[in-house]
Design a protein around this ligand. Structure first.
Ligand code: MG
Ligand code: MG
Length: 260
């Protein structure tokens, strides 16, 4: 969704406080979905819950209309990686893994976070996929230390994922976040040119978002112009947090209550 050709911006502690609020509303939406998603539900119902919760808490849904995206919540099921469009025609089924990605705009600043929800009885491999993707995100977060490089985040994510024989998507990446939903720097989930990557500095806020496939890392976009699917139709998972670099280490702005 969009790209990160905008410059890197540094946030003051007061701005980070606003971003914490923006992201706590995202966290509230994702917690609600995690608790309530069950077989038979349409993905449009989920979208309505998300938008209602967001507006009730004084924020705007950031994705609605973003580059023309037609809904508030991205819902990507099984082989869908990201940017799936909610619909009255799509129902969640027992055994699905459902990735939900939500963004808010609050007092001029953005929040962005995602998770993949297992519905009912999911396969052993999908359980492992979800666990490894979430762990990879946490390994990436640990690297958000002043003086390290963005590539240290990328390497931590990629190494963890590949240890289990899974692959990281290359075509879509994490990003800086602030008064733009997507700004610099790009935060890839794989290592490109390690030394060429930006240093992490105090006040930088980045969205780290591993997209992890059980098969090939290759993806394609469906005819709707949005939904990204794995090239081999094998399942994919997505976890994301917005994280501020502070003098006291990484501060996860979108942390959910009882997350792990
Ligand atoms: Mg997101
Ligand atoms: Mg994002």
């Amino acid at each position: 969704m969009g790209n990160t050709d905008k410059p890197i911006t540094i946030k003051t502690p007061a701005e980070i406080d606003i971003m914490l609020r923006a992201n706590s509303i995202v966290a509230g939406v994702l917690s609600l979905l995690k608790e309530k998603v069950k077989p038979g539900l349409t993905t449009l119902e989920m979208d309505t819950w998300a938008e209602t919760y967001c507006r009730d808490h004084g924020a705007e849904p950031a994705f609605k209309g973003y580059h023309g995206f037609p809904a508030s919540l991205c819902i990507s099921i099984n082989e869908q990686v990201v940017h799936g469009i909610p619909s009255t025609k799509v129902k969640v089924r027992d055994g699905d893994i459902v990735s939900v990605d939500f963004g808010t705009k609050y007092k001029g600043f953005y929040g962005d976070s995602a998770l993949t929800i297992p519905v009912g009885q999911v396969s052993k491999e999908n359980k492992l996929l979800l666990r490894v993707t979430q762990e990879a995100l946490e390994k990436g977060i640990e690297q958000v230390e002043i003086g390290k490089r963005i590539s240290d985040v990328s390497a931590a994510v990629q190494n963890h994922v590949e240890k289990f024989g899974f692959s990281v998507v290359r075509q879509f990446v994490g990003h800086g976040i602030g008064t733009n939903l997507h700004e610099g720097p790009e935060v890839p989930n794989y290592v490109q040119n390690r030394k060429a990557q930006f240093r992490i500095i105090e006040g930088m806020v980045i969205a780290i978002e591993p997209m992890v496939n059980t098969g090939t890392h290759k993806v394609k976009v469906l005819k709707d112009g949005w939904t990204v699917v794995t090239a081999d139709k094998k399942p994919s998972a997505h976890f994301e947090h917005s994280v501020a670099a502070t003098g006291k280490g990484p501060l996860v702005l979108s942390r959910r209550i009882n997350e792990t």
